[in-house]
Design a protein around this ligand. Structure first.
Ligand code: DC
Length: 230
């Protein structure tokens, strides 16, 4: 009998590990919904900055998120993030937004406020969720849990190439330092730190291209799903 139950694929990992691109590919292949949870933290950080809040002040950040007004609209290729009805797709991709998101993501009150938002993305036929705590906290019952990693060197190089291709300025040493700093903050915070779920499959993408990672992950999904259907 075919198993048609909606299910979740959780993909966690540090920035630049390729989890976002993998999530987009999987969602496309399976026709699943997609949750880019990092975008939600980035939108929350933008809101606090717009309100003129000092991001080091936890209670002020939490208060500013009480009237957070965000949504995503399906665009041609990717979904478009809106903050207070303004398209902020370019702004949220800036390094400074990722940095600000990582700062406020340390706060338990912020994580609590954004939890229900994230869980609402799970609808039939299923969800691919990408972030830092998808498999550990947000969707602990996910059918599949993958943890993507890659060396800091490779991740900095990927980001460098991405910025250059967008005709933006980039400094490889600065990128390496920023990535290491963000890793440290995301891994060492007390609340929902970046760690693989105990049952997660670890995929090191350092020496693989996107197609190889997608093939590896898809073949595991297909195999497990086929065994469930027997
Ligand atoms: O995936 P990203 O680079 O867009 O995420 C930006 C920051 O948001 C990341 O450094 C930490 C935080 N984040 C988080 O704490 N938990 C998530 N599930 C997703 C992102």
């Amino acid at each position: 009998m075919r198993d048609k139950q909606p299910y979740i694929i959780a993909i966690d990992g540090p920035s630049g590990s390729g989890k976002g691109s993998l999530a987009v590919q999987l969602a496309g292949k399976l026709n699943f919904h997609l949750l880019d949870s990092g975008a939600i933290y980035r939108l929350a950080a933008l809101k606090a900055l717009q309100d003129g809040i000092d991001l080091e002040q936890e209670s002020e950040v939490v208060t500013s998120l009480a009237d957070l007004n965000i949504r995503f609209e399906i665009g041609d290729e990717l979904s478009i993030p809106y903050l207070n009805d303004t398209d902020v797709s370019e702004q949220i991709r800036l390094e400074s937004s990722g940095e600000a998101a990582s700062v406020i993501a340390r706060y338990p009150g912020v994580r609590k406020q954004l939890l229900a938002w994230q869980r609402e993305f799970f609808r039939p036929p299923g969800l691919v969720a990408d972030g830092r705590d998808m498999g550990t906290v947000v969707f602990p019952d996910a059918r599949f849990k993958f943890f993507l990693c890659a060396s800091v060197e490779i991740r900095a190089l990927r980001r460098y190439n991405q910025l250059i291709s967008m005709e933006l300025s980039a400094n490889i040493d600065q990128l390496r330092a920023d990535i290491s700093e963000r890793d440290e903050r995301d891994k060492n915070r007390a609340e929902s730190p970046l760690i693989p779920a105990s049952e997660a499959i670890i995929v090191d993408s350092s020496l693989l291209d996107l197609e190889q990672v997608v093939d590896l992950v898809m073949s595991h999904i297909v195999e497990v799903n086929e065994n469930r259907s027997l």
